[in-house]
Design a protein around this ligand. Sequence first.
Ligand SMILES: Nc1nc2c(ncn2[C@@H]2O[C@H](COP(=O)(O)OP(=O)(O)OP(=O)(O)O)[C@@H](O)[C@H]2O)c(=O)[nH]1
Ligand SMILES: [Mg+2]
Length: 344
Amino acid sequence: MALFWRRNREDKFSSSVLGLDKSIEELQAQEAAVERELGQRFSKAIEKTRDSINNRLDTIFEGRKQIDDQLLDELEEMLISTDIGVQTTMQILEAIRKGVSRQEINDIDALKATMKRELLDILQHSKDHGVASEMSVDAGIKPYVLMVVGVNGVGKTTTIGKLSQRIKDEGNDVLICAADTFRAAASDQLEIWAGRAGVPIVQQKQGTDPAAVLFDALQSAKSRNSDVLIVDTAGRLHNKANLMAELEKMKRIAGREVSGAPHETLLVLDAVTGQNGLEQARQFTKVADVTGVVLTKLDGTAKGGIAVAISKELNLPIRYVGIGEQVDDLMVFDAENYVNGLFN
Ligand SMILES: Nc1nc2c(ncn2[C@@H]2O[C@H](COP(=O)(O)OP(=O)(O)OP(=O)(O)O)[C@@H](O)[C@H]2O)c(=O)[nH]1
Ligand SMILES: [Mg+2]
């Protein structure tokens, strides 16, 4: 999928170049400025997590001359407290113990470097379902159906608003499907986001079978020749079997109407819920064939380590992170930026 959006961005970029008499240098400087600004915003979003990690590290190292077992115990506690997960914590500690016994790690900087290396290794080795969708999108899938799932209040609707804007800006015709017919006002809320992004929306009255709304939207996407159909779903609780069955029905309808659909199923997880979110995710992956994660509200937590637990324990790629409530507060997840941003 990433390739898809990128390809469109490049098309748009080259056509805008034709209309402008800016030099390549000016354009490069402009792009660099945008990148910098994004980097700063991301860094700000993980500030709470960074502060928490670094303050604890400073305290652990204060007045200490050597890395001993007690220090490592404290480090373990610190890592667990960031919601990085038990498995990840153990992996990092093992690497540190090895480094210490080989006398490669003697100070805080060497220790941080080892932590960074291990974290990056985990994040970059989660299975990337994106590879398959990139290939099929290149074969000209239209409409590309993107389903968005997750429990109540995690930020599905907001994320769809942000994503619609983003994908549209990259030169695609987007259509939104309001298949959350369960909650009153859900459709109205989505309509506001559709209006903001300037994209059409297919909706029906509350209580309509979500699969029927989806069916409508699929027909509409085909007749409008939409590039991408983004489907909002109800915030269903993982212990409600009927709601999970509904999700499966929607999947079936999508696949029947558009070959291979849904092409991407994004699970939205709220970073603030930490380890509870992981449990939700496990339930969803059982029925929804989740292909990627959007981690929202990273700006609102000091436990941003959950991103690593998701990669390690669910083996799912984090596609985007939400860093605020505004339409442009959605960023492509960059593992290197993230890991570097965690340490001072
Ligand atoms: N700070 C912050 N707030 C966010 C982010 N994403 C969503 N929110 C807020 O989270 C709240 C819930 O967002 P919704 O998009 O309504 O969540 P939902 O998953 O659609 O909820 P239901 O439709 O009830 O299942 C809203 O107040 C959003 O503004 C984010 O990245 N950062
Ligand atoms: Mg919603």
